[in-house]
Design a protein around this ligand. Structure first.
Ligand SMILES: NC(=O)c1ccc[n+]([C@@H]2O[C@H](COP(=O)([O-])OP(=O)(O)OC[C@H]3O[C@@H](n4cnc5c(N)ncnc54)[C@H](OP(=O)(O)O)[C@@H]3O)[C@@H](O)[C@H]2O)c1
Length: 485
């Protein structure tokens, strides 16, 4: 039974000649399952313990007895945490070793769907001279423990405010160079310092994700599976889809990973996928339009459509429009993976398939991404009353097979500055899962922060151009392509 005055921190401290014991308790209004899942993912400890600089899981596979974590403290000490015992929703037990002390930490959970209490008991055996200091200054140890559990409680509070756009960010974006710097791994590291903890659980939530066999999509799928989501991976290659599903289950222990085959550049395939999803009649909590490629030279699909337009714009358009009723049933979210390249282009409503003038793969790609940004704004406006939120994001420049294949020269020059696919995927996962991200719609994001959708008035379409653009997509959705093929 959870007491009424949730949110307390209780500290008890004992110390004797050999050990110092901290005993702290908190209570939060979150289900005990969510709380357990969040704390068990101990590589997230730096989100809630202000004393931790960084943490990572050292052992592969899901969190289980024997899992090891490396935790680097702000003052430079590196700790190794080994999970020595666990019982789901009840208990985690760690042995901790470092050059200054050894410790045994027990984290005990109890509660139900409405609330949970967490008790944290740590027994430290210090090596000298730190042992004397810790015994003589028990308040310093006590404050470390208090801060950690207070951080845990704050991270588990579930009512963060909607994020607001920063004028300084918009200005920096317009100055181009500071803007571009943000796309690199240094930009990610700087942004990460301001991330709020994300303790959301996606258990029981259904996420449909295109392009999950590689790069950013595969990293996002793994992160979402780690949060407990049921995934439908949309892929064009069966062997790759099966391998992606297998590797995600192996890494996370989540076996609710399914796949659907579909070439997202073929409208007939996309319609068939929509038919299957509608027939399954399973609500979609999150749809992520991520599949992408950059095409040089210009080419057409077997249906006679220019490839960039077909894959990056028309495929997501048909899929999103048609499964909208499945999203609307559960206040679903749409996440569109775009690119900073769209800043350079305006939509050409009368040349959506790059038939006029010289073809450039980068321009066709950027125009298609611009088109998906327009759809993001349009869908957000149209579907507000239906409770569906739609956002777009830029993953930054990430080291993925897509970049190596399509932009080898760019890759050679920028390789050491590129982010990891996980870093690129972080905002996809945040937009899909964070409670605060569900409170904003129609925006463009990089590293969990809103950015303007235009940096120059030259890329803004007029109301007439927008209407022509939407009418052209509508006409193709209505079946024109499939009939012509
Ligand atoms: N990496 C970056 O720096 C960066 C920067 C800005 C934006 N983006 C965007 O991020 C998204 C993911 O790119 P990435 O860098 O992760 O590239 P990637 O490693 O090449 O992954 C692309 C994914 O899309 C899938 N795909 C491609 N064509 C498809 C089709 N016709 N039907 C179904 N699936 C298809 C690929 O499947 P296969 O495995 O079968 O090829 C793969 O799963 C893209 O939308 C891209 O525009 C990336």
């Amino acid at each position: 039974m959870i007491p009424a005055d949730l949110g307390r921190v209780v500290t008890v401290m004992q110390n004797d000649d050999k050990t110092v014991t901290l005993d702290e308790s908190i209570e939060v209004r979150r289900s005990v399952r969510d709380v357990f899942d969040y704390i068990a993912a101990f590589h997230n400890v730096q989100e809630w313990d202000p004393g931790v600089k960084s943490a990572r899981k050292l052992t592969p596979g899901p969190v289980a007895v024997g899992s090891e974590f490396e935790v680097v403290m702000n003052f430079g000490l590196t700790l190794t945490y080994t999970l020595v015992d666990m019982a789901a929703n009840e208990r985690l037990e760690f042995n901790v070793s470092s050059r200054l002390f050894d410790a045994h930490e027990e984290i005990l959970f109890c509660g139900d769907e409405a609330g949970a209490s967490v008790r944290y008991i740590a027994r430290f055996s210090f090596r000298e001279p730190l042992g004397t200091f810790a015994r003589l200054r028990p308040e310093s140890m006590e404050s470390v423990g208090k801060q950690a559990v207070a951080g845990m409680r704050a991270a588990l509070e579930d009512e963060p405010a909607a994020p607001v756009a920063s004028r300084a960010t918009a200005l920096a974006d317009r100055l181009v160079l500071p803007g571009i710097w943000k796309f690199t791994r240094l930009g990610y590291s700087a942004a990460r310092r301001h991330f709020k903890p994300m303790s959301a659980s996606l258990r029981g939530r259904h996420v449909v994700l295109t392009g999950a066999t590689s790069g950013i999509g595969l990293a996002a799928a793994r992160q979402l599976a780690d949060l407990g989501a049921t995934l439908t991976l949309v892929a064009r290659n069966e062997a790759k889809a099966a391998e992606a599903a297998r590797s995600i289950t192996a890494a996370t222990g989540n076996d609710n990973i399914y796949f659907e085959l579909c070439d997202m550049s073929l409208t007939a395939d996309v319609h068939a996928l929509c038919d299957r999803l509608l027939q399954r009649d399973e609500p979609i909590d999150v749809l992520i339009n991520n599949a992408g490629a950059l095409f040089n030279p210009r080419g057409e699909t077997p249906e006679g459509l220019e490839q960039s337009f077909a894959l990056l714009l028309l495929g997501p358009y048909i899929l999103t429009e048609r499964v909208q009723p499945l999203l609307a049933r559960v206040n679903g979210r749409v996440v569109n993976v775009l690119s900073g390249g769209m800043y350079s282009q305006k939509i050409h409503a009368d040349d959506l398939q790059s038939e006029k003038g010289d073809y450039s793969g980068s321009v066709a790609y950027a125009r298609a991404k611009r088109g998906l940004m327009i759809l993001t704004e349009e869908w957000a406006r149209r579907w507000r009353d239906a409770g569906v939120t739609v956002n777009a994001m830029h993953p930054g420049w990430a080291d993925t097979p897509g970049v190596v294949d399509a932009l080898p020269e760019f890759y050679n020059v920028t390789q050491r500055w590129l982010r990891s696919p996980d870093e690129g995927a972080d905002t996809v996962t945040w937009l899909a899962a964070a409670p605060e991200a569900g409170k904003v719609s129609g925006r463009f994001w990089l590293d969990r922060e809103q950015h303007p959708s235009h940096l120059s008035s030259r890329t803004r379409e007029s109301a007439q151009e927008r209407a022509r653009f939407l009418a052209a997509l509508d006409a193709l959705l209505a079946g024109g392509v499939a009939k012509a093929a």
